[in-house]
Design a protein around this ligand. Sequence first.
Ligand SMILES: [Fe+2]
Length: 455
Amino acid sequence: MACAHQWLVQTGDPAFSIDASNLVFGRGALAEVGDHTRASASSAKRVALFTDPVVAALEHVAVAQRSLEAAGFDVAVYRDVAVEPTDASFLAAARFAREGRFDAYVSVGGGSVIDTCKAAILYATYPADFLTYVNEPVGAGEAVPGPLPPHVACPTTCGTGSETTGIAVCDVLALEAKTGIASRRLRPSLALVDPTCTSTLPSSVVAASGFDVLCHALESYTARPHRARPRPDRPSARPMSQGSNPWSDVGSLEALRLGGLYLERAVRDASDVEAREQLAWAASLAGIAFGNAGVHLPHGMAYAVAGLVKDFHMPGYPGNAQTAPLVPHGVSVVLNAPSVFRFTASACPDRHVEGAKRLGADVRGAADGAEAGEVLAAALERLMRATGIPHGLSAIGYRESDVDALVRGTIVQTRLLDNAPIATAEPELATLFRGALTFTSADTTPEGIREEERR
Ligand SMILES: [Fe+2]
């Protein structure tokens, strides 16, 4: 379904580019990693296997290492990936990569692991000051100079989609800014998705990463249409965040349909193999979609939400006792989403209604901007209530007095703000953050209805 204005804009970029990911998906696929790595690097001898301390203790890394060794590789394991990567942790990983003189790379873990592996490969192959390749305006945004060695990315969560994108996100500590590096050359040469890796994930992790999936899909689908984005100077300079396009729409809509059907089941029951597998497939589809369309306001606002939190740990999240206050990425994104979609619906109401419908909402009567935004916001808030997500930014400690700081932390995310379907400056961001402090739709869960009747 097209935005009403998508086909009317004549001054923008009439074409769109698709960078398809190479993907292997299926139960048990992780054990194939050795053969796939050999196929993409036939003469390679040394392989670096990236992971983090938590995943390193699981069977997944041993499975990957055995498979790589059976394929004849000399494997060196890097276990020190930081959960929320920083410029410092990226550069530490790059030192390991440079000193090891590896021919190929494999990452096994969540988005932090895969992003760190991307950055390590980049800085080991083309050494430079850290900010050289970092997105403007935080960094210089210079292009990656040339091709990178093979990287087989094996996700063990079902959300970030990092295995299918050319984006690596990190905190730049000295600047207190969350930003990243975006280049087609960073996209892993193969995404190897084994949904059985998600069977041991706690429900809180599945909930958080599941909403990351839904937001990747919803933001790609409602992004500024590619025809409304200015033409690049050269066609080859077309950005990956090129706006909504027919290719990304296909993956986004199917990911939303699967999320509507399976997210609650996957959160509720770790033994629900079908639900966790379908959610992993939705994550891959949404990753491919946003890798070619780009996300917008909920993700742009999330960097500030995650970066400025003072005292929050997600109930039931692993490692709580060991970590500083932490808002899981998917939570920091989706808490902004209802407020954002109430705002953006006027740009393309039909897409907001379709998104709500795919999530399972009753959309009868929702046609214009206000109703379209509300039906999508309410669908998200209902799902969040059903899966244990905090009820708004106030539930993770934010107050009205924090809005200015949240806006300042968001306004630098120009790549994401530019991809929104409506121009958004400081005043609009302040309104969006205020709207995200609490849930405003009716609580239609049984508990919510009982609470309403008690009043
Ligand atoms: Fe995300």
